[in-house]
Design a protein around this ligand. Structure first.
Ligand SMILES: [Zn+2]
Length: 68
C-alpha cells in the first residue's frame, strides 16, 4: 500500500494550487483581494487584464490576450 505516499502528493498538489490562487487573486504585498479590470484595447482585438490592489494603489500585473 502506498496510501501515505499518495496522500503526501495530494497535499503538495493542494498547496501548489493554493499558492497559485493566492498569487493570482491577492496582492503580494498586503494580501488584499485584487481588483481585476478588463480593458478592451481600441482598434485591436486585444483584451487587457489588469490586477489592481486598492490598498497599495499598485497595479500587480497586466496581461493582454487576443479575442478570436
Ligand atoms: Zn496590496
Amino acid at each position: 500500500m502506498n496510501l501515505g505516499k499518495v496522500q503526501y502528493f495530494e497535499k503538495i498538489e493542494t498547496n501548489k494550487q493554493k499558492d497559485f490562487l493566492s498569487a493570482h487573486n491577492n496582492c503580494a504585498l498586503c494580501g488584499q483581494n485584487l481588483e481585476l479590470r478588463h480593458v478592451r484595447v481600441p482598434e485591436t482585438i486585444e483584451i487587457k487584464e489588469e490586477a489592481y490592489c486598492p490598498q497599495c494603489d499598485i497595479r500587480a500585473r497586466a496581461k493582454s490576450y487576443t479575442v478570436n
